[in-house]
Write a new protein. Structure first.
Length: 81
């Protein structure tokens, strides 16, 4: 993955975008640390499609057959005196 310093990315933004389309994600660094990534719209849409909300995750998740049975014993008597 190519890496660009912020100043260089600012002055060559068109090239950063073109490379994101042709070569893949482009990393933007500030003070030597990765701070952002530029990706093509196709790659972004593919990543965004993979996201599911929590409810869908639970609904589509694995099924467990759990047999839970409630005790049929009556409650015990308590002397409140």
């Amino acid at each position: 993955m190519a890496s660009w310093q912020v100043q260089e990315a600012k002055t060559k933004l068109s090239e950063v975008i073109d490379r994101a389309i042709s070569e893949g994600p482009q990393t933007i660094t500030r003070h030597g640390k990765a701070r952002a990534v530029v990706v093509s719209i196709d790659e972004y849409e593919a990543l965004a499609k993979k996201r599911r909300n929590f409810v869908d995750f639970l609904i589509d998740g694995p099924r467990f057959d759990i047999d839970i049975e409630r005790s049929k014993d009556l409650p015990r008597d308590i002397d409140l005196e």
